[in-house]
Design a protein around this ligand. Structure first.
Ligand SMILES: Cc1ncc(C[n+]2csc(CCOP(=O)(O)OP(=O)(O)O)c2C)c(N)n1
Ligand SMILES: [Mg+2]
Length: 557
């Protein structure tokens, strides 16, 4: 009797299924079609996009939303190079995803086959693991290996190329290693050095003016509850950045945002959780020189990088915060009550900053003040709206004003600062969480990089509210040019057409509107919500107005 056989593409699908991956993002090519056929058998949805960058960003977004690794499948050569930006973004953002690229047949290795490139060499510096699958029997085995590698330390992307003959060949099923769901990799959560956790508890108990920054890894580690418990039981003001935004809801007594610089200057203890001392943190230079600094991170390479720290703890944010809170609560005096005045001091700074800016947020000016647009968006968000920012200056405005109402409901590219993530993140968020509303704010420049995938949103019935802050420019860059070379030389390489993106949305089968009157922003958002379609509300904002962060050029300092 002939034994049952299985092809490489079907083995890929089995390995994805074992990992719990229920969708792949892809753009087709002859090298990879057997994977699609495997997905049909395993019940894995295939979402085909218009550009491979979008496929890779969507896999990154899927990982952030679901906590499972995302997967993008692209063809050899240009398919894989198009996806490089998405993998690079996931690498800097510590997002676990697998990119599978096609490759010419092994039998034609180095013969000049169609779309042949050294993919593994290209991907090695921007992945945690990059390899060629050498034989059909090992396809599922190496896919599971790639997933395991995604979770080493801080998570990140893996890359596999599968030569065409390896993918298409069939092998007897008993010769293939097919890892079983739940039995080929273990949790990599680390609780941190218990002695260091004790020291942290001690430092907290003695601090008069502590503060904590809850970074992206708080979400990655799903440490929301531990973080909330920590700040409440120890009475510590919390600031949030990246995916950590929304850990505490706006209005919570421990939620602070606008007083961060003040707190970092005045605090005597600063606890940094799951965010590196990179440009977003001024490389650690903007912290009080007399404050004790504690850093908690999944990656030992991040702890103590760019500045000295008083205590570092490597491990899972949730386990460490919970252990520290517990160790401190065992003490007679953990300092919580003493910090009432410190919280009031920060709340005053916070309120003053808010009131100073409020007139701008309510501005009736035409063309529309960007502050008004982001204010309207912030008011419009519900507890179930996932907010995505994709753009330059307009997104810098939103970073100051928009506050997600729930944990895991904020998405930005991360430290690679990649324009063009928005459509892909919206796609992944809506596909993975049909119960959620998705709102993405785009710059007009950012939108036009990957905007054709609006059509994919329509084709797969993925309604979302797209808002374009349209200034017909790459304004964040234009500001720097004007400041350095003068206004008369500032209009080089940054000017976009006056595009009515609302019409573009309608052309592709979605809902669209043009907004020039600030009073019309809210009603237009409501109508987009009601439409139940992918939508674009094209808001014409004042191109002569810049965000303070852009004017300070803080990202380059
Ligand atoms: C892929 C990519 N290309 C270029 C840049 C550099 N860049 C940063 S902000 C910006 C302008 C973006 O324009 P837009 O999205 O319209 O936002 P605006 O600044 O006009 O509000 C550019 C080009 C980038 N970050 N990513
Ligand atoms: Mg613009």
């Amino acid at each position: 009797m002939m034994s049952e056989t299985i092809s490489g593409g079907h083995l890929v699908a089995k390995a994805l299924k074992a990992e719990g991956v229920d969708v792949i993002y892809t753009l087709c090519g002859g090298h990879i079609i057997d994977i699609y056929d495997g997905c049909v058998d395993e019940g894995i949805e295939v979402i085909d996009v218009r550009h491979e960058q979008v496929a890779a960003h969507a896999a990154d977004g899927y990982a952030r939303i679901t906590g499972k690794p995302g997967c993008a499948v692209v063809t050899a050569g240009p398919g894989t190079t198009d996806a490089v930006t998405g993998v690079a973004n996931a690498f800097r953002a510590e997002s676990p995803m697998l990119l599978i690229g096609g490759q010419g047949a092994l039998s034609q290795h180095k013969m000049g086959s169609l779309q042949d490139l050294p993919h593994v060499d290209m991907m090695t510096p921007i992945t945690k693991f990059a390899a060629t699958v050498p034989s059909t029997e090992r396809v599922a085995d190496i896919v599971s290996m790639a997933f395991r590698e995604c979770y080493h330390g801080a998570p990140g992307p893996s890359f596999l190329e599968i030569p065409r003959d390896v993918l298409d060949a069939k092998v007897p099923i008993e010769k293939a290693r097919i890892p079983t769901a739940g039995q080929y990799r273990a949790s990599t959560r680390q609780a941190g050095d218990p002695e260091a956790v004790e020291r942290l508890a001690d430092m907290l108990a003695h601090a008069e003016k502590p503060c904590i920054l809850l970074g992206s890894q708080v979400w990655t580690c799903r440490a929301t509850d531990a973080a909330i418990d920590f700040v409440r039981s120890l009475n510590v003001p919390a600031y949030m950045n990246g995916s950590g935004r929304g850990t505490l809801p706006p209005g919570d007594p421990h939620h602070f945002q606008l007083s961060r610089r003040y707190a970092f200057t005045e605090a005597d203890l600063i606890v940094i959780v799951g965010t590196p001392f990179d440009f977003r943190m001024g490389y650690g230079k903007r912290l009080s020189p007399t404050a004790k600094v504690v850093q908690i991170d999944l990656d030992y390479r991040t702890v103590g990088k760019n500045r000295d720290i008083d205590l570092g703890i490597v491990g899972d944010a949730g386990l460490i915060l919970a252990a520290a809170a517990q160790a401190a609560s065992g003490r007679i005096e953990n300092g919580a009550a003493r910090r009432k005045e410190w919280l009031e001091e920060l709340r005053n700074v916070e309120t003053q900053a808010y009131e100073k800016r409020l007139p701008r947020q309510l501005s009736g000016a035409q063309p529309i003040d960007p502050y008004r647009l982001v204010h309207e968006i912030n008011e419009f968000l519900t507890e179930d709206t996932i907010y995505i920012g994709d753009g330059g200056d307009i997104v810098t405005f939103s970073g100051q004003v928009v506050q997600p109402k729930s944990p895991g409901h904020w998405m930005d590219p991360g430290p690679l600062g990649t324009l063009g993530v928005g459509m892909a993140f919206a796609m992944a968020a809506k596909q993975a969480r049909r119960d959620k509303e998705v709102l993405c704010l785009f710059g007009d420049g950012a939108f036009s990089l990957t905007g054709w995938d609006f059509e994919t949103m329509v084709r797969f019935d993925l309604p979302f509210i797209g808002v374009i802050g349209n200034n017909s420019s790459m304004n964040q860059i234009r500001y720097g040019q004007a400041a350095k070379y003068g206004e008369d030389r500032a209009r080089v390489g940054n000017t976009l057409g006056d595009i009515r993106y609302g019409e573009f949305a309608k052309l592709l089968g979605g809902y669209g509107e043009e907004v020039r009157d600030p009073a019309e922003i809210r009603p237009a958002l409501e109508r987009a919500r009601q439409s139940g379609k992918p939508s674009l509300i094209n808001v014409w904002v004042d191109p002569e107005v810049y965000a303070p962060g852009t004017m300070n050029q803080t990202m380059y300092k």
